[in-house]
Structure formats: structure tokens, C-alpha cells
Ligand binder design. Sequence first.
Ligand SMILES: Cc1cc2nc3c(=O)[nH]c(=O)nc-3n(C[C@H](O)[C@H](O)[C@H](O)COP(=O)(O)OP(=O)(O)OC[C@H]3O[C@@H](n4cnc5c(N)ncnc54)[C@H](O)[C@@H]3O)c2cc1C
Length: 395
Amino acid sequence: MSENSHIIQTDIAIVGGGIAGSTAAVLLQNAGIEAVLIDPHAVFPKDFRCEKFNRDQMEMLERVGISGNIYAACTPIEDIWIARQGRLVNKMHYPHYGFSYETAINSIRAYLEKTDKLVQGKVKAIQSCKAGNRLILADGSQIEAKLVIMANGLNPGLRKQLNISQTMLSKQHEMAIGFDIEPIEGNKFEFDSFTFWPEKSSEKLAYFTAFKSGKSFRVNTFGYWDKDDVFMQAMKQNPEKALNILMPSLEKLIGKFKVDGRVHVRPVDLYQNHPEKCDGIVFVGDAYSTSCPGAGTGTSKAVTDVEILCSKYIPQWLDQNRFDADTLSEFYQDETKRQSDANSLHEAYFLKSLSLEKSLIWGARRWMRYFYHVGKGAVSGMPIIAKKTKLSKAA
Ligand SMILES: Cc1cc2nc3c(=O)[nH]c(=O)nc-3n(C[C@H](O)[C@H](O)[C@H](O)COP(=O)(O)OP(=O)(O)OC[C@H]3O[C@@H](n4cnc5c(N)ncnc54)[C@H](O)[C@@H]3O)c2cc1C
């Protein structure tokens, strides 16, 4: 990296330091490739995004060498309780990890060895130049790079400026709601993680999951309500009451609780951008295509993108000194990337159909899941009604 009359020159510039951009910066650093990461925040701020990883996602982070700091900062969870059709049907071993998104991202950024790898600023414009592309930051400073990695998430400004088209795949695909809960009136949560699946498709609920995260219990509730739905309105006024109306057996299963602090609401669209004709600019993570929060595939998709890009394609492109759109299209056509994107979309539509479809086949799929867990619960000798008895005492 060099500075020439206040223009930073580098091989790779990464716009946006969420999970995709921060992971890319660490992977390129570890490969000895010159790169800078540009993000408005030196320390990633509070944001409602992914708040738990499953074992496969942790293994993926382990594989790319960035799991150590996340393990140290997250809350490990060993077991999960599953409720279906209003009953607790299974308690199973299912290792996963609770965290806040900002904690995960700051843990990844902590792998950056030099502070000048992270430039604090917002990219306002991108122009082509002799070196490749020039980034103009809000404070007027400039960065020139042979290749720009766009990892700026949901921000549409630069995409529009670059005239990159977008296909809307599913407008308002899902509503994501996040908040903390606390047991009250002598109740104590006996689970580390609990997931409640809907009883009826008319509830428009995908699932409600409560899990330990630090000293709190965090809840992610995913569903298919629009913002004017009675449930969404009720959540604004009295979230405990709204949740108990939506899931009448919830309190019987986990005991009395209150919602603690702010309720975060995020409507999520599924879309795909088309940057394949850009010279010297490659899009990854949410900046390329979004995912369904309830399906839980967004971070795997983002890390898959940057793992392939940084370990396979960027070293080749630097060797050949080729960054034209035709060369970069190798990345978008990569079989692993295409499978990862396709899987993410499939899971998004599958969860929505499983939650909403009224046909016999989807009804059968819901019941199959119920009987699977009832069978598993019986095999593991789970005392299904014990919790009910204890909780009714507590209540
Ligand atoms: C509510 C919710 C819950 C979710 N739950 C899950 C889950 O359980 N499991 C899962 O796997 N996925 C989940 N996801 C999806 C997952 O969080 C995202 O797919 C993933 O975080 C995307 O990461 P990213 O790095 O592409 O984008 P982001 O994390 O959004 O990062 C984008 C970065 O770019 C920066 N930026 C934007 N514009 C500019 C600019 N002009 N200049 C410089 N920087 C810029 C932003 O400040 C930000 O730091 C969830 C998503 C949501 C919304």
C-alpha cells in the first residue's frame, strides 16, 4: 500500500466491513495480499443481524482461521428444546453459539494486525481510473485499487451509481424481530435454547427461538406478517401479550417472562444484483444477494463468497494482472458459490412454504417434523410433561 499525493494505492480495496468484508480483509492479510478495508465505523456498532451460529457455520469459520476470537466472545449452547404443536416434543444435543452481530464482527476485525488496514470512512463514489477503480470517500480522500470488493451489504447507493440492475425475488419475504426476554415472578428458564414452531399456518409464524447470549436470553422471531398485521401492531404496544396470543402455549412451556428493552424489527426482501459486467469490481455477501434470516444461511453464503474469492480467484487474477469483467465472471460462475447461493434461496422458499402453505403435502411435512421429534424425544427418554408441571408451580 502506498500513498501518492493523498491517494492511497492498493491492490485490493474492500468496501464495507460486515462479516463478508471483515473476513475478506483477514483472509487477504493472511495470504500476504495488499488490501484495505473501508467502513464508516472503526468499531462495528450495534445492529440486528445474525445472532447465532450453528456448528457447521463455526466449522466454516474455523476452516478459514477466524473462529478463535468468536469462540472466546460467544455463548456456547449445548442443547435445544423443541416445541411443536404447542407441546415440548424433544430436548436434543445441538451445539450452537449465541452472540451479538457486532461482537462477532469486531472479533473478526481483531485479527487485522495493522491499524492502517482499516480506513474509517464512507465510500461516496466509484470511478474507473488507470490503476483500476478509484474510491472517493465522504471526507474527500481517495483510494485506488486494481480490484474493489463490494461488501457493503444492503446499502443501495453505490450499486445504483454503478448502474447495476437488481432482480427482486421476493419483496418483504420475511419479518425478523429481535429482543431480550427475562423470566419473572420466580420463574427461571431451564433451557439454554428453545425453539417454538407454529401450530397453524394461519399464525404466519416461521418460528420463535430463545437462546442464551451473554448474560441475557435473546429471542429471534421470524414470520410473514406485513407491518400493518394485527400481530405487528400488538408487538409495538404490548409484546408479551402479543407473543402469548400468537403462541398460546408459550407461557406454559417456558414460564412467565417479560420483554426487556427494545424490540428490533427488520422486514427483509430477497433480491439478486447483477454486477457481472463491471470491470475491476466484484460483489459479495448481501451486496450480491440477500438471504432469509429465518433460514439462517446469510453468513455461510457471505463467508463462502469471500473464502472462494480470496483463496482461489484473487491470487490468480493478481498473477495474471487481469481484472476485466470476463475474468471476474469466473467467480460468479464458480460451482461452490452457485450451490451456496442456490441453497440459500431454496431454504428461504422452503421455510416460507413450510410455514404458510395449506395444502396436504405441506401439512404432512409439518406433521412429519412433529412425529420425528416426538420419536426422538421418546427415544432419549425426555420427560416431556415434567417441565409443564414445574412451570405451572412457578406460575
Ligand atoms: C434480522 C436478521 C437476522 C439474521 N439472522 C441470520 C442468522 O441467524 N443466520 C445467518 O446466517 N444469517 C442471518 N442473517 C443474514 C446475515 O446477517 C447477513 O447475510 C450477513 O450479515 C451479511 O453480511 P455482509 O458482510 O454481506 O453485510 P453487512 O454485515 O451488512 O455489512 C455491510 C457493511 O458495509 C458498510 N457499508 C455500507 N455502505 C458503505 C459505504 N458506502 N462505504 C463503506 N462501507 C459501507 C456497513 O456499514 C457495514 O459495515 C440475518 C439478517 C438479518 C437482517
